[in-house]
Ligand binder design. Structure first.
Ligand code: ATP
Ligand code: MG
Length: 452
């Protein structure tokens, strides 16, 4: 079965299923392989559940005409998405970066969807499977798409770019995450930089040259500016806090704990004030990115502002939850040293009567793990808050290396497990506080929320 043949079937059956528990009637089922399963074995079940066709790569499971045999199911899915994208003549905005991809993607989509019919990555489906699946949800009615691209090793963004073929792109930032897979921060720069590589003009290759795409760059971020300069990007739009070249420049005017900002569209000279439902000073650039993209596409400022003001995070990223006795900053979706630092700094600056940090271990840190956990502890100790709680075996190990005198200044505790922390917090509950809760996904710190 060739990509062309598969594409013809996709045009008649444009819904893709990959999970036999959620088969859409008349869909194309792709029998992907996971760590623990081989979906070839579920193909028959998918057909029985209503899939029109099952795409498989093991002939042993080919039980009739509606079983489509390909060499490799994942490659077939990616090739189909790549081919579909080529038929679409709409702007596709690709974004990657260490932190803030999903938030920025949601904000960009909130702005663009005020004015255009858009499609965007659902949740965090940003990998080698999620990107093709997202591309395959774009149909002729869509005018724009916003695609989140995640990576934890080299060449991943390059592959995702060949599938999504972004005409416009943005790297939110480059920091310390997935250091293990990328091979340190320089590796992260290189890996994320594959998006800039794709957006740079290309000389003729097989007779086809590319004028390059439009790159949106945070002009306050020297690392991104350096990465862009190294690639001779032809079409760059800047946003930031105060550079004359910015299309949009803005600053925070309130962080209590929700953010408000003031920005100027330097093309029109008009300034606006926007109140948001996000917390965290680090979100300023995520918001400015969305405003810059909306302005670039000439969306009226009233619509841009309505898009930003209406965006309410419900995804445990910089989300404020008020309980009977506390204000929680729920940021336990993930954590790495870069996002820990900015989240801690943000709490340090908040105007609140009593402030608490609850920080869980950061995963996938490789050989730097011990030093990075120690530096987060140090950062927390240096930040003016009333109480600090560290949770996890990596923090517990790193705490040993901290000067005892520093550790005993203020109210600081370290628990080796979340269970220990929960028991202690049940025995002496925290009240009347603003509490940041942040840790890696695997720490599942949402378990703590009911305690407050
Ligand atoms: P993932 O790699 O899991 O897809 P992501 O890049 O999509 O993550 P988000 O889910 O938007 O990022 O945000 C995760 C956390 O990163 C936020 O809750 C916040 O703590 C932090 N964060 C968001 N934006 C920034 C930023 N611009 N700089 C630093 N940290 C940020
Ligand atoms: Mg994400």
């Amino acid at each position: 079965m060739t990509t062309q043949q598969l594409y013809q079937l996709y045009l008649q059956h444009p819904v893709i299923s990959t999970d036999t528990r959620k088969i859409a009637a008349g869909s194309l089922f792709f029998a992907l392989k996971g760590d623990k399963f081989d979906a070839n074995t579920f193909a028959q079940q998918a057909i029985a559940a209503g899939a029109a066709y099952a795409v498989i790569d093991n002939p042993a499971y080919q039980l009739g005409d509606n079983y489509l045999l390909v060499a490799d199911v994942l490659t077939a899915l990616q090739d189909l998405a790549r081919h579909h994208r080529r038929q679409l003549s709409i702007p596709v905005i690709g974004l990657t970066g260490t932190n803030g991809k999903t938030t920025t993607k949601e904000l960009i989509n909130a702005v663009l969807s005020q004015h255009f019919k858009t499609q965007a990555t659902q949740g965090n489906l940003n990998n080698h499977i999620g990107v093709p699946l997202t591309i395959l949800t774009i149909d002729a009615s869509h005018q724009m798409a916003v695609i989140e691209m995640g990576a934890n090793h080299q060449k991943e963004i390059e592959l995702l770019c060949t599938i999504a073929q972004p005409s416009h792109g943005l790297i939110t930032n480059v920091g310390k995450a997935h250091l293990e897979g990328f091979g340190g921060v320089e590796g992260v720069k290189k890996g994320k930089g594959e998006l800039y590589d794709y957006l740079a003009p290309r000389p003729p290759e097989g007779g086809v040259s590319s004028p390059g795409g439009v790159t949106f760059i945070n002009s306050d971020d020297q690392t991104l500016l350096d990465m862009a300069a190294a690639r001779k990007l032809s079409n760059v739009v800047y946003y930031g806090t105060n550079t004359i070249d910015d299309l949009v420049s803005g600053q925070l005017i309130e962080n209590s704990p929700l953010l408000a900002l003031e920005y100027t569209n330097n093309k029109t000279g008009q300034s606006y004030t926007v109140k948001t439902q996000l917390t965290g000073a680090y979100n300023l650039h995520n918001i400015l990115a969305a405003i810059a993209i909306g302005s670039y596409f000439n969306i009226p400022a009233e619509q841009i502002n309505a898009g930003i003001e209406g965006y309410q995070p419900k995804n445990n990223r910089s989300q404020i939850v008020k309980t009977a006795s506390n204000t929680l900053i729920c940021d336990y979706y993930n954590a790495n040293p870069s996002s820990m630092f900015v989240a801690i700094e943000n709490v340090g600056k908040l105007q609140a009567p009593r402030k608490v940090l609850i920080l869980g271990d950061m995963f996938e840190m490789g050989p730097e793990s011990a030093a990075e956990h120690a530096s987060v502890i140090q950062k927390a100790l240096d930040t003016p808050v009333d109480e600090r709680i560290f949770i996890g075996k990596d923090f517990a190990a790193a705490a040993q290396s901290i000067d005892h005198g520093l550790w005993t200044m203020g109210q600081n505790t370290c628990y080796a497990t979340a269970e220990d922390a929960i028991a202690a917090l049940k025995a002496s509950p925290i009240t009347h506080s603003t509490i940041l809760i942040k840790g890696s996904r695997g720490m599942a710190l949402e378990r703590l929320v009911e305690l407050f």
